[in-house]
Design a protein around this ligand. Sequence first.
Ligand code: P6P
Length: 332
Amino acid sequence: MEQVKTLGEFIIDRQQDFPGSSGEFSRLLSAIRLASKIVSQQVNKAGLLSHIVGAAGSDNIQGEAQQKLDVYANDQFIKALAARKVVCGIASEENDAYIPINEEGSYIVAMDPLDGSSNIDVNVSIGTIFSIYRRVSPVGGPLSDADFLQKGTEQLAAGYVIYGSSTMLVYTTGNGVNGFTFDPGIGVFLLSHPNMQFPNNGKIYSMNEGNFYRSSKGVQEFIKYAQTVDPETNRPYTARYIGSLVADFHRNLIKGGIYMYPSTDTAPNGKLRLLYECNPLAFIAEQAGGSASDGKNRIMEIDPTDLHQRVPYFVGNSALVDKAEQCIKTNG
Ligand code: P6P
């Protein structure tokens, strides 16, 4: 029987993927592993720990009420990453500006420490999303905006943690996508989903259809296409929307499907943030044989202009993303 592999062993095995790295990158991934375990423990108790659950009484840059668990998760990831000395700066959904960490560090981390916050109090899966870049400014010197405003194609690694019926960490370093399930009994992540790939034919579409009439004609046409009865093309598709990006993305990665958060008349750039939500999941999607678009362009080719900029988002099976792009191209 094949030996079960822990995330720690996997990181060491794959260290040769980073020629020249003196194990710095492995230490960075290990920090994310540690913080994920700490956050997982609190998320799983959220229903019991009244002092954790519920609004923290402050708002983040998006003007969204910060849940205490958001703030807790943000603190844990920042602490764990800072302790490893290899990170020079962090961009987080919870912080207006980027956080300088250590000028001697070589790596930049962009993260959404706890996405899907609105689901915290109703016991629905939530997640952490992260993206890792090499800094562009000289090591030892001050950080610059350019260190953070890099295209998604420059990512060294990206991943997410889903705190659901079990806690899983899924990540890529550009050599495929691998998923690890946390075993709380022994406190380790075990390789459970090696070489994750989208199934060939996806038939799930995930969108807040309350935005149907606020969306473009093209998006409306795609939804109608998905709902049309046509057994030859395996339609109607199935509508599944949890309202937690990581959970919807993870289910669609395993079962096949598309997640959409298009622009609407009230949110012309959509809702999701390019740097720490769309780019990391786009990297994973492409490594798993799928694609990610803003409805017209490849997400990872977009030149960022702001830490918290939003973009319309279509991610999942390439055939479904292509179909959505075609509907938008044809109908506007
Ligand atoms: P809506 C959660 O706040 C989030 O950023 C994603 O996790 C989720 O997919 C989306 O927003 C839900 O937004 O407008 O459908 O409630």
